[in-house]
Design a protein around this ligand. Sequence first.
Ligand SMILES: CC(=O)CC(=O)SCCNC(=O)CCNC(=O)[C@H](O)C(C)(C)COP(=O)(O)OP(=O)(O)OC[C@H]1O[C@@H](n2cnc3c(N)ncnc32)[C@H](O)[C@@H]1OP(=O)(O)O
Length: 500
Amino acid sequence: MNTPNDTAARRNPGVSGMSLYVPRPRVSLRDWCEWTGNSWDKVQAVVGRSFRQPAPYEDAYTMAATAVLRLIQQYNIDPRNVGQLALGTESSKDNSAGAVIVRGMVDRELERLGLPRLSRQMEVPEFKHACLGGVYALKSALRYVAFDANGRQAIVVCSDIAAYERGSSGEQTQGAGAVAMLVEAQPKLFEVDLAHAGSASDFRGPDFRKPLLRYFHQEYGQRHRRLHDFPIFSGKYSTFAYLDEVGQATDAMIQRLGVSDLAFLDGAGGLFFHRPYHMMPLQALAFIYARALARAPQPNADFQALCEQAGVSPEGVIAECRNTPDLFGEFLSQGAHAEAPQDAHPLTTKLSGVARKSPAFQQLLATRVNLGTDWAMELGNLYTAALPAWIAAGFEQALENNVEWTDAKLYAIGYGSGDASEAIPLRVVPGWREAAAKIGFRTALAESTDLTREQYEAMHDGQDVALDCPPVNQFVIARTGDTYEAAFQDLGVDYYEFAQ
Ligand SMILES: CC(=O)CC(=O)SCCNC(=O)CCNC(=O)[C@H](O)C(C)(C)COP(=O)(O)OP(=O)(O)OC[C@H]1O[C@@H](n2cnc3c(N)ncnc32)[C@H](O)[C@@H]1OP(=O)(O)O
């Protein structure tokens, strides 16, 4: 069936350019496995190859500002024409201001370069919902250019630091970086079909959170060497929550598209998910694929064969497709100190584990998921920036591989713990190659210096470390204010500068 988005003449607003910034200090996961006694075989299959460690002079705002400046320069944007700068992050250091801090840095550097500042009439909102904040920021920017921009553009920047305690199961899934996107009414890279996007949310309690109260808890402070941003998280529960929510949002999108689950997968030219680590999107796609088979007209030979192989009842999997689990309700009903809820779709999980190895699924991966994957495996978890970074990598690699992508239907499936998900249809627009050629993903990745174990551990613990990679062409924290007088206060306020 044709959707309004199938009419090539009509363009939705979308994205015209992308840029990436990642810190130079890099931890090779192969080295990390040697330091920690973890299995490199498992980590390279499940997590990836490396992650970036932010230097002591950077934070979510410096990374965001560097990405925004790159975007402006790479796409020759007139800063006076930018009417919204939307920041998606869960690594804010300031509970009051957000995107305006980023604009402050960018304005000063533009001025030094002899360029005009960003528009004085620009909106500067910040969006927070775990890793989904960037998608909500993008939706805001799209609505802005569609409704009240009057020809002006918007910039979305997603910037985050994923830090986990050393020795925790999350340590391997760290990362840091920022992605900026230029949003326009007539996009040059891909259009975004919000009218057919699917949304889902459900409160999941302590799945993955960063309560400020934890800083004041005696136990928490004593266990670590510095004040840090390590989340409260429960690994398996967070994985179940991801799969369930992503499934709900994808169902909502498929329903709005008016196609069958299998037709949606067949028609996709590329599928991009929030990727906390390499295997998570594969698990999510296998979950969606298993449900698509279960929802196909029965009997379906592929479905029956896979169920038999997995040792699960087909009727049981079909019944689980109608499941809308209340994970937090289940947790609450067990009273205080309950264990994390168990998998709400055990049969589908078992089936998708087997389906993942099937030739049909491997074909799905090779044709819909592989673009950009290899580069994304270098990045670790970038939280809000993880999904846009993968999309940016996908476009640059599609360009390098000379892929015929014009008019391809892509799908961006975002997720934020706590939790919420968005499943959004995109379409590659004619002329995308010119815009993709300016992304600079490979160049941004190339700027790296591998850390030794001593350097990594000291940086992670917040100690001063001599690095062989001084900051170049990026914003840095120059100093932090310490005045706390009646007449003037800047205690804890960072001052930034551009390191040339
Ligand atoms: C944080 C966000 O950004 C928001 C989210 O998306 S939440 C969802 C993801 N959660 C997180 O990222 C939280 C932080 N990270 C973590 O908790 C952990 O790193 C993690 C749970 C992701 C992995 O921890 P772990 O202890 O290595 O998990 P473990 O269960 O041993 O192994 C994971 C998978 O690798 C598989 N595996 C093990 N060895 C393997 C090998 N050699 N080759 C291939 N696969 C292998 C396991 O079978 C398992 O798969 P299944 O779940 O399908 O059984």
